[in-house]
Ligand binder design. Structure first.
Ligand code: SAH
Length: 222
């Protein structure tokens, strides 16, 4: 993010198109999700010295010990959310802001929480600069959700949760979906919890992924 007003060239657009083909081959089929990946310039979320890594289907370090998720993983979670236009979506783990921008492209009203102050400061300045003005960003602990803005149509957790935080289920509307990678070890199981109108919950599991840990409380300032 060294360059405050990045440029999206034909070359970048071409690389994005190849990335979309790759994740389609890996099984992502939702045309709206693929269009959002094609639209959002992922290299904007990288320091200029690492631009050539932006369109590989890999996670990448964004500083403060955190990563921007792999494009396939972003697409996979986005597909599971089944976003409808104007859905109110809560994201836990803002990080670079890339996933939040993908959700905004899908028509969601995005609320996102980050526990690391340095990342929060950097991302909350940067995201409006590249045109995503409607994303609401909060510095806080995602384990608590965002009770003042609940309920949400969808909730997405982008860090490894050792268990399913109860407040996130409580803050989900009936009919809503929570997408969360669950597991305390190296590998997590992508999980969806769908809340029925009678408030009962249906759980489904979708294979193994790797995320940085979801940690309790706001991070202490260094
Ligand atoms: N969605 C991000 C990926 C971020 S990696 C992106 O698109 O770039 C996971 C992020 O979750 C990290 O930035 C980490 O600091 C944050 N995080 C971990 N535990 C958290 C918590 N309890 N509340 C909020 N954010 C948390």
């Amino acid at each position: 993010m060294a360059n405050p007003i990045p440029v999206d060239s034909y070359r970048h657009q071409g690389l994005r198109n190849l990335l979309v083909q790759k994740i389609r081959q890996k099984g992502i089929s939702d045309p709206l999700v693929l269009a959002a990946i094609e639209k959002v310039p992922r290299h904007f979320f990288f320091d200029s010295s690492f631009l050539e890594y932006a369109y590989e289907d890999k996670p990448f370090s964004i500083g403060a010990g955190q990563t921007i998720s792999q494009p396939y993983t972003v697409a996979f979670q986005s597909e599971l959310l089944q976003i409808k236009k104007n859905d109110k979506v809560l994201e836990i783990g803002t990080g670079s802001g890339y996933q939040a921008c993908i959700l905004a492209e899908l028509g969601a009203k995005v609320f996102t929480i980050e526990r690391q102050k340095s990342l929060f400061d950097k991302t909350s300045k940067f995201v409006p600069l590249i045109g995503y003005h409607s994303i609401k960003m909060f510095f806080g602990d995602g384990y608590k959700g965002l009770p003042a803005f609940a309920p949400f149509d969808k909730v997405i957790v982008t860090a490894a949760a050792p268990y399913i935080p109860e407040p996130l289920l409580e803050q989900l509307k009936p009919g809503g979906i929570l997408v969360i990678p669950v597991g305390a070890g190296d590998v997590q199981v992508m999980t969806t919890l769908t809340k029925n109108v009678d408030n009962s919950v249906v759980k489904k599991e979708y294979g193994a992924f790797r995320f940085v840990p979801m940690l309790e409380n706001k991070a202490k300032e260094k």
